[in-house]
Design a protein around this ligand. Structure first.
Ligand SMILES: Cc1cc2nc3c(=O)[nH]c(=O)nc-3n(C[C@H](O)[C@H](O)[C@H](O)COP(=O)(O)OP(=O)(O)OC[C@H]3O[C@@H](n4cnc5c(N)ncnc54)[C@H](O)[C@@H]3O)c2cc1C
Length: 305
């Protein structure tokens, strides 16, 4: 019987683990990936907004962030597949058949990129689907590319690629871009960027590599094909809440609903970081939420022991 089981070892889960250790709780962290750090491994640009820990990219930040976790006395299992969770009973079954039990659970499973769900999207991963414009910029220099999405991430990617690509086509569903005005305005001076509003990409085409996208514009009768060699998809994120969906209160977009103390609708079950739909999904916010949950759990356990 553990005091706490933390599911997910991104910034929120790792911060919660550190605090649980500091507060003397018997803690187990379960991470599905082989490595801890979550979205930090997808950050290829500089991180300048976590006070005291500036870094050139997420990998560098991760090293500083986790150095202390390695010293802490909490069990951390990576590459673990969860089969099911009974939140009320605080019982977790792993794919391996092992059953785990705790007094409290912290859900720190974060978010993942939303997918378009169109032909070609998964087939061309690593063969023209651009994972990160910052990282893969040089590889796509001189090529025509398409960016799908109208938010900050899509516009940021379009601007990065516009430095090296002859044409960048930004395809988005809305009438106007959702990106913050300071970003959206930067597009205006970039002649190689063409914006297709009220449009969707319906297929990604090619033989062994991406060769074209099929685009459908709102008023057009037929979709048309446009030759591109690279595609970036940035249409938002969705929470990793499948495992707990039927057992806990979620909001209309399936994020976990929490109190100001990070507690969910199930007693002694907490949710921290991006999975709890914070106003600012940030590393510092995730770390802060992790510490709050740990503190609440420790206070409760100490008064009941
Ligand atoms: C490109 C990019 C740039 C960013 N730049 C910044 C920035 O400059 N500054 C900033 O503050 N923030 C930035 N962020 C946001 C920041 O990375 C996130 O807010 C933060 O990582 C959230 O931490 P988290 O622990 O809540 O979730 P995540 O980082 O998503 O971690 C969740 C973890 O849970 C694991 N998991 C999921 N499901 C399960 C399961 N069923 N079982 C076990 N484990 C599971 C995942 O594998 C993952 O390791 C950026 C994000 C991206 C993608």
């Amino acid at each position: 019987m553990h005091d706490v089981i933390i599911i997910g070892a991104g910034p929120a889960g790792l911060s919660a683990a550190l605090w649980c250790d500091e507060l003397g709780l018997d803690t187990l962290v379960l991470e599905q990936s082989e490595q801890t750090g979550g979205q930090l491994h997808s950050i290829y640009g500089a991180i300048n907004n976590y006070p005291g820990l500036p870094a050139q990219n997420g990998g560098e930040f991760f090293e500083g962030f986790t150095a202390r976790v390695d010293e802490a006395d909490c069990d951390l299992w990576t590459g673990v597949e969860l089969e099911s969770i009974d939140l009320k009973a605080k019982r977790i079954r792993l794919r391996s058949g092992e059953e785990l039990q705790s007094i409290s659970i912290i859900i720190a499973t974060g978010v993942r990129r939303r997918q378009l769900g169109i032909p070609g999207e998964t087939e061309f991963v690593g063969r023209g689907i651009i994972e990160s414009s910052s990282r893969d910029r040089d590889q796509f220099a001189g090529k025509d590319v398409c960016v799908v999405g109208g938010g900050d991430a899509a516009v940021e990617n379009a601007l990065i690629l516009a430095d090296v690509c002859p044409t960048v086509t930004l395809v988005h569903r809305g009438r106007t871009l959702r990106a913050r005005p300071t970003l959206a305005q930067q597009i205006q001076g970039r002649h190689c960027i063409t914006v297709f509003p009220e449009s969707v990409v319906t297929r990604i085409l090619g033989d062994t590599q991406v060769e074209a996208v099929e685009i459908r514009r709102k008023e057009a009768l037929k979709p048309f094909e446009m030759a591109v060699q690279g595609v970036v998809i940035r249409i938002g994120v969705e929470p990793n809440t499948e495992l707990v969906r039927e057992q806990i209160e979620l909001d209309e977009r399936s994020y976990v609903v929490v109190t100001s103390q990070q507690e969910t609708s199930v007693a002694n079950v907490f949710a921290v970081g991006d999975v709890a739909n914070p106003l600012a999904p940030t590393i510092i916010g995730a770390a802060g939420a992790g510490s709050t949950a740990a503190k609440v759990i420790a206070t409760r356990l100490n008064t009941s022991r």
